[in-house]
Design a binder for this molecule. Structure first.
Ligand SMILES: Nc1ncnc2c1ncn2[C@@H]1O[C@H](COP(=O)(O)OP(=O)(O)OP(=O)(O)O)[C@@H](O)[C@H]1O
Length: 473
């Protein structure tokens, strides 16, 4: 039986279903990313059909594109309205993401034939991949990243795809998962690699200055503008502009950025003359932008412009097979920097690293390994050398170093040994953090997951000092 994943809010017509079933296709429907992920876990699809509405709907389009780009191993065919394929962005989507496309009304026989071809191609590729397995490596690969887990291999394929195209990319993922490295890798492997790569952190620039930093200003256009200054966009001309933490961009700058992405014209503050600038934009976020849109903190039209291709960097706990590789890599790094030799992890220390939840992801792992190496007098790092760094999670508890908490906790941590009340509080906080992590900080889903209202969830987050953006740390 050939398995077909149909992602859509709609159903295929009886005629198409009959033609597919006659060719031994079993059809599974998925309405959203979560559905698709759980169906894929069960069936491992090789072929997918993105079934758009017959009447164009930009929100649905963005959802489907995101879904398609989340499964780079699947050969995708899309069914969409004829007027859609004249749009530039849709043409790019077709060229870069799809195996083939159909326009409505669907011809059952043609659809069945194309799906059959896609299935044949996917089988050949899968077979080739099986025969040349990736070697395990603790040195960074050509993208500057370490990790051989399935989720990382899928990430590399997405990076390659992004590097081969010139569309805007939105990289989302918890803090410390390598979003900045991913952006750099896309630039370095793209046709713009000889051009500049300019990275700015939207959260680090005061909102009142961001507009002029991005677009530049004329002399005298505001009180402190003593000279004419060109902005970051201009300095990235011919290359890539990386906008880190785009979710923190003020609404006013969002509007100007959107205009720029639409016409690629930069008009400095205080100027009436615009200049065309050829720049590719890659943005990253560790907050849920869809939630920010609902809360009216982020413009949906800008989101659709930026999220042409979406790439997710996975949490470290979703790829625990990479932990040892990363830990050994960082150990070699610190040993080389500090002139230490023969430093190794004991089997117990490695087990502790594998079982920890890593809320601060790779950044936290790096810091824990560095601290352990520097505090170890012997050549063998033991579990007691591994300390949670005070940095990544803003915790209500004292920030002294504590031994690694295991996931799931093997034994209650020491502070749970106090009163029943404090144990309850701690358990509430841990569950809250896990649920936020599981749901990528999406408030609605986390609240549902925990069986509480959104208001209660906000109250609990305030009580325990867990911020949404920090929830993934
Ligand atoms: N796969 C990886 N291989 C090697 N090092 C990595 C990997 N992922 C992340 N790192 C390292 O972890 C640290 C954090 O990475 P980076 O700054 O790219 O994360 P980020 O997701 O952009 O974080 P933030 O959201 O906080 O800005 C860096 O030191 C980076 O070199």
């Amino acid at each position: 039986m050939r398995k077909l994943l149909v992602v859509s809010q709609h159903r295929l017509s009886d005629e198409v279903v009959e033609a597919l079933e006659a060719r031994h296709w079993a059809i599974s429907y998925a309405a959203d990313l979560e559905d698709a992920q759980s169906a894929d876990k069960q069936h491992r699809f090789l072929v997918g059909l993105a079934l758009f509405s017959e009447k164009p709907d930009p929100r649905e389009e963005s959802e489907l594109r995101k879904l398609v780009s989340s499964f780079p191993d699947i050969k995708w065919i899309a069914a969409l309205a004829e007027e859609e394929i004249n749009r530039q962005d849709v043409k790019r989507f077709i060229a870069e993401m799809l195996y083939d496309f159909h326009v409505f009304p669907l011809e059952a026989e043609r659809m069945a034939t194309v799906l059959g071809h896609a299935f044949g191609m996917a089988n050949i590729e899968r077979d080739l991949n099986k025969r040349s397995p990736q070697p395990q490596s603790k040195t960074p690969n050509r993208f500057g990243l370490i990790g051989d887990s399935d989720v990382m291999l899928a990430l590399y394929r997405m990076l390659q795809r992004a590097a081969e195209s010139d569309v805007s990319v939105l990289i989302s993922g918890p803090t410390g998962t390598g979003k900045e490295l991913a952006a750099r890798a896309i630039h370095d492997h793209s046709s713009r690699s000889k051009g500049p790569y300019v990275a700015i952190n939207c959260a680090a620039i005061p909102p009142s200055l961001l507009q002029s930093e991005l677009f530049g200003h004329e002399k005298g256009s505001f009180t402190s503008a003593n000279n004419r200054k060109s902005g970051y966009i201009q300095s990235a001309a011919g290359g890539t502009l990386f906008l880190d933490e785009i979710g923190d961009m003020p609404l006013e700058s969002q509007a100007t950025l959107l205009r720029f992405l639409e016409d690629k014209i930069v008009t400095p503050i205080g100027s009436t003359r615009g200049t065309h600038v050829d720049v590719r934009v890659i943005a990253s976020t560790n907050v849920d932008l869809e939630q920010a849109i609902q809360e009216r903190n982020f413009r949906s039209d800008l989101y659709y412009r930026l999220a042409f291709l979406t790439i997710q960097t996975p949490s470290l706990y979703r790829r625990d097979s990479d932990i040892e590789l990363l830990a050994n890599h960082f150990l070699e790094q610190v040993a080389a920097e500090a002139g230490m030799r023969n430093l190794k992890f004991s089997p117990e220390a490695l087990a502790a690293l594998r079982h920890y939840r890593w809320p601060g992801n790779v950044r936290e792992l790096r810091s824990v390994v560095f601290q352990a190496a520097l505090s170890c007098d012997d050549t063998l790092i033991q579990p007691e050398h591994l300390k949670i760094s005070a940095g990544p999670i803003p915790v209500a508890e004292p920030t002294h170093h504590e031994p690694l908490e295991r996931h799931p906790p093997a034994a209650p941590p020491p502070y749970v040994m106090g009163t029943l009340k404090s144990a309850r509080e701690q358990s509430e906080k841990t569950n809250l953090e896990f649920a936020l992590e599981r749901n990528a900080s999406n408030i609605t889903r986390t609240a549902q997951d925990l069986g509480v209202s959104r208001m209660t969830l906000y109250r609990l987050m305030a009580k325990h000092g867990v911020a949404r953006s920090a929830a993934n740390r």
